[in-house]
Design a protein around this ligand. Structure first.
Ligand SMILES: *Cc1c(COP(=O)(O)O)cnc(C)c1O
Length: 373
């Protein structure tokens, strides 16, 4: 950055670099956990019709309260068996903006947010962008797996740091494993004055029997569950994220959102997709099968996958993750170096993409993996 611009910048932003996975034009892009399957033609037609129907009205501001969309999102969440009312739902341009609204309303200078690293790298970025202090909590303490988080460890760290906001990510990005609800309950109880945010961006991919924190919302007014249409719903380009929480907490988010933050076309596109929920989620089981195929294939290469409830797999036992990342890219496969030494993260997509990834990795593995201990 030019020094005269740097001098204008907020002191806490100086020297920082912008977030972003490389958007490279490669044959096999498995680096951002998008849904690899295109929007089905029936839904493309419904979206096109819906946008055509509102286009003439774009001279007017959109429905500030996104009333129809809230009802549709509430109905979608209620499908899982936990009734969620539309007044308990909030939405914004991606769940990243939902998280920003939460930080703007409940964080800020003098307040702290705690997360358990490694987790979603946007949590600390959004936190510090709002002048909130970030505290790095730890995973793997007293747990079976290196990236596991037990209820006792999470509660103890919350008690030590006394944060105003706690981030839990389940299934956790980048490690893949979902948290037990006992962890959410323990954190909530250990932090009697904190907002507890459970980021469930990958909930639809969780293995059978993995409960959602939605089931804990009743009677817990400080609990927030965030979701997105970017992953299982195959709508990352539309930018629509949402949350479920106590209606009064949701009401407070109106204090910080920009007026008319959800455009008419965003609302129309999301509604059209939600009207075809079953079709939009049709690929989820196929993607889970590819995830399980990756998990099953890696040990025979001498690599260690982390159990996954998401549409990606973190795998380890690499000598130099950056070197393997580069070698895979040279073979036309883009994965993600998430900054965890000896590990890389790969998205589960189509069967062809899995095959391309495994075929590219297999010949590398003998020279790229760590020696057996
Ligand atoms: C991908 C992802 C999101 C989604 O962000 P959007 O802004 O909704 O696209 C949120 N949380 C986690 C943990 C993610 O991995």
């Amino acid at each position: 950055m030019r020094s005269d611009i740097e001098a204008l910048l907020r002191p806490d932003l100086r020297g920082r670099s912008a977030y972003g996975a490389p958007q490279l034009d490669v044959p096999v892009a498995l680096n951002t956990n998008e849904n690899s399957y295109a929007v089905p033609p029936v839904v493309v037609a419904a979206i096109t019709d819906a946008v055509a129907a509102i286009a003439g009205g774009l001279n007017r501001y959109p429905d500030r309260e996104f009333t129809a969309l809230r009802s549709a999102l509430a109905a979608y969440l209620s499908r899982s068996g936990t009734a969620v009312g539309s007044e308990a739902v909030w939405a914004a341009n991606g769940s990243n903006e939902v998280l920003l609204h939460l930080l703007q309303a409940f964080g800020g200078p003098g307040r702290t947010a705690l997360g358990f690293t490694p987790a979603y790298s946007m949590h600390p970025i959004i936190t510090t962008t709002t002048g909130t202090t970030w505290v790095d909590g730890m995973r793997g303490l007293g747990a079976e797996g290196r990236f596991d988080l037990t209820a006792a460890s999470a509660a103890q760290q919350v008690t030590t740091h006394r944060p105003d906001i706690v981030f839990l990510c389940s299934p956790n990005n980048p490690t893949g494993t979902a948290l037990g609800l006992d962890v959410v309950e323990a954190v909530y109880a250990a932090a009697p004055h904190a907002l507890v945010v459970v980021d469930e961006a990958y909930a639809e991919f969780a293995r059978v029997g993995t409960p959602s924190a939605l089931t804990l919302l009743a009677g817990r007014p400080r609990l927030v569950v965030t979701r997105t249409m970017s992953k299982a719903f195959a709508l990352a380009g539309a930018r629509l994220g949402y949350l479920a929480a106590d209606p009064d907490l949701v009401d407070a988010l109106r204090l910080v959102r920009m007026p008319y933050h959800l455009s008419s076309q965003t609302q129309a596109v999301a509604l059209a997709a939600l009207a075809h929920t079953d079709l939009m989620l049709d690929t989820v089981e196929a993607i889970k099968a590819e995830r399980d195929r990756i998990v099953a294939a890696l040990p025979s290469m001498g690599l260690t996958p982390v159990p996954s409830d998401a549409n990606f797999v973190l795998f380890g036992h690499l000598t130099d993750a950056a070197a393997t990342w580069r070698a895979l890219l040279d073979a036309g496969v883009l994965v993600r170096d998430v900054g965890v030494p000896h590990y890389l993260r790969v998205t589960a997509g189509t069967p062809q993409e899995t095959t391309a990834f495994l075929d590219a990795l297999a010949p590398l593995a003998p020279t790229h993996r760590l020696e057996a201990p």
